[in-house]
Design a binder for this molecule. Structure first.
Ligand code: AP5
Ligand code: MG
Ligand code: ZN
Length: 216
């Protein structure tokens, strides 16, 4: 299955991506995670991306597109993949269609996680991530037993630099201006399926997997 997840920041793309990818046995490719990995390793790509990420702006297409192209060349994604965070504007979507077309392939489905802006702000302001294993927690909705410590691995929890309230508001504007046109782009091509992404994580996972089963 070749699947794209779309939805505003904080919709739960990363949270759901791990369950969906393992259910359908496809690799999960998250551009935000790849960028953050590069930032923490101090690579040139990370240095370039960081200033845009901290401001809540999109990293320029010429940086992002090259990075995703490399990742999609890995043999594990030849038969299927889940993309989380890419494409994020219509140009990136057109480029992706072009790459797939070179191999006579195409996307099977685009799943939109639907939540409102207030829920997004609540989710992002309480998000905490484990520095060691990358697991994502939430102070109210999915709290770790001990403050600041990951239950899974004992690692330290941190707050993402772009999860401050003013940056969250700006990321929502960027989503509305640049990313939400993808809803029309994929809708016109008959690829879009929407699921309600509110309520408990397990319920959202179940709705998502049910919506995707027929594309397997
Ligand atoms: P990226 O990392 O993709 O950020 P994003 O789209 O803003 O999305 P988030 O990761 O913030 O949210 P999510 O939907 O994954 O939610 P999560 O599951 O964590 O991108 C970061 C930056 O990188 C961008 O701003 C840009 O600069 C750059 N970038 C990335 N891709 C790019 C591209 N293609 N082009 C250009 N630039 C790019 O959940 C959020 C919180 O809610 C968590 O705490 C979680 O525990 C909680 N939660 C999840 N589900 C539920 C639920 N059902 N109920 C209650 N709480 C829940
Ligand atoms: Mg994410
Ligand atoms: Zn951990």
């Amino acid at each position: 299955m070749r699947l794209v997840l779309v939805g505003p920041p904080g919709a739960g793309k990363g949270t759901q991506a791990q369950f969906i990818a393992s259910n359908f046995a496809i690799p999960k490719i998250s551009t935000g995670d790849i960028f953050r990995g590069n930032v923490s390793e101090g690579t040139q790509l990370g240095l370039e991306a960081k200033k845009y990420m901290d401001a809540g702006d999109l990293v320029p297409d010429e940086v992002t597109i090259g990075m995703v192209r490399e990742r999609l060349r890995d043999p594990d994604s030849a038969e299927g993949f889940l993309l989380d965070g890419f494409p994020r504007n219509v140009h990136q979507a057109e480029v992706l269609d072009g790459w797939l077309g070179e191999h006579s392939a195409s996307l099977d489905v685009v799943l939109e996680l639907v939540v409102d802006d207030d829920e997004v702000v609540r989710r992002l302001s309480g998000r905490r991530t484990c520095r060691r294993c990358g697991h994502v927690w939430h102070l109210d909705f999915d709290p770790p037993v001990r403050d600041g410590v990951c239950d899974r691995c004992g690692g330290e929890l941190f707050q993402r630099d772009d999860d401050r309230e003013e940056t969250i508001r700006h990321r929502l504007e960027v989503y509305a201006d640049q990313t939400s046109p993808l809803i029309g782009y994929y809708g016109d091509r008959g690829l879009l399926r929407g699921v309600d992404a509110t309520g408990p994580v397990e319920d959202v996972t179940e709705r998502a997997i049910n919506a995707l089963r027929r594309f397997e």
